[in-house]
Design a protein around this ligand. Structure first.
Ligand SMILES: [Zn+2]
Length: 274
C-alpha cells in the first residue's frame, strides 16, 4: 500500500516527467466508482482543456491545481488518492497501456497521464478546494510545526498502543504500517507501549526516527529514479528492520518478533525495543 514515500515518489516522478504546464485534452474513465466528486462524466468534461499548473502533495493526496477551460467557473483542483494499489505516471500515447490502467488523461504533447489501479481503491475528485476532500491531518513530518509538542499533545490521554496511533493521519500524516514499524524500530520503542506513557525523551526519539525513516526512504526512491528513468520501480524496500521472524535484528541479532497490532502485521526486536 502506498505510504508517504511512495506518494512523494509519485509526485517527484511526475515533476521529472514535466507534467506541469501540460494541458489535458480528455479523460477516459473506465471505472466510474473511482470518481468521488463530481460524476465521472462531469469530471471528464471538467478536465478537458485544463492546464496542470503544479504537482503538490498533502499526506497521501496528490493535488493538481488547474487553469484554463471554459467557463472560468469550473472547479480548479484535481485530486488523486492512490488507494491500495494505485500508480500514476506519464507515458507516450503510442505506448501500450498496462492492462490494469483504469483511467487515462491524454495530454496536448502526445503523452498521457495514466492511472493504473489493480484493486480499484483509488479515488479522483475535481473540486474547488482541497477542504472539500482532505481530512484533518497532522503537519507534514518535514514541516517545522511537526514537533515533539504536537506529538505529545496528540498522545495525551490515549492509552492505545503507540503503533496504532502512528497510523492515524491526524497524528502523523502519510505514515502507514511499514514506516510506523520502522520508526519505532529506529527509536527503540516497543510498538505496544501505551502512547500516553511515552516520556519526552522517547517522543523526541520517535519524532526524529519518523523523519529519519522517511528521509532514508526518499533517498532510496530518488536514487532509483535516477538509475531507472523513465521507468522507475513503484515500490521498494526502504526500511532497515526485517519483516520476518526468522531474521535477526540488525543491531543485536535477536530474532525479530511478529505480532498483530489492531490487525496489522507488526515486527519488532524484543531486546532493542522496550
Ligand atoms: Zn535488537
Amino acid at each position: 500500500m502506498p505510504e508517504l514515500p511512495e506518494v512523494e515518489n509519485t509526485r517527484r516522478n511526475l515533476v521529472r516527467a514535466g507534467l506541469s504546464g501540460s494541458t489535458i485534452t480528455g479523460a477516459n474513465i473506465t471505472w466510474a466508482n473511482t470518481v468521488k466528486k463530481p460524476s465521472a462524466a462531469e469530471l471528464a468534461k471538467g478536465l478537458k482543456d485544463r492546464t496542470i499548473q503544479d504537482i503538490q502533495r498533502r499526506g497521501k493526496y496528490l493535488i493538481f491545481p488547474l487553469s484554463g477551460g471554459d467557463p472560468a467557473s469550473l472547479p480548479s483542483t484535481f485530486i488523486v488518492h492512490l488507494g491500495m494499489t494505485g500508480r500514476l505516471y506519464v507515458q507516450p500515447q503510442s505506448q501500450k497501456p498496462h492492462p490494469m490502467t483504469r483511467h487515462s488523461f491524454p495530454l496536448d504533447d502526445g503523452r498521457e497521464l495514466r492511472f493504473e489501479d489493480g484493486r480499484k481503491f483509488g479515488k479522483l475528485w475535481l473540486v474547488d478546494s482541497t477542504d472539500e476532500v482532505l481530512p484533518a491531518m497532522s503537519p507534514e513530518p518535514f514541516d517545522d510545526d511537526f514537533t515533539v509538542e504536537t506529538l505529545a499533545e496528540s498522545f495525551v490521554g490515549r492509552k492505545a498502543p503507540v503503533k496504532a496511533l502512528l497510523l492515524e493521519q491526524s497524528i502523523v500524516c502519510g505514515l502507514g504500517n511499514l514506516y510506523a514499524d520502522e520508526s519505532l524500530f529506529l527509536a527503540g520503542i516497543h510498538p505496544e507501549r501505551p502512547a500516553s506513557g511515552l516520556s519526552t525523551d522517547e517522543l523526541a526519539r520517535l519524532r526524529q526516527a519518523i523523519i529519519d525513516a522517511l528521509t532514508a526512504a526518499y533517498g532510496v526512491y530518488d536514487r532509483s529514479r535516477d538509475q531507472h528513468w523513465p521507468d522507475p520501480p513503484a515500490a521498494l524496500t526502504t526500511w532497515s528492520h526485517p519483516r520476518d521472524t526468522k531474521a535477526g535484528c540488525p543491531n543485536c541479532g535477536t530474532n525479530m518478533t511478529g505480532i498483530r497490532v489492531r490487525a496489522r502485521g507488526t515486527y519488532f526486536c524484543s531486546k532493542c525495543q522496550v
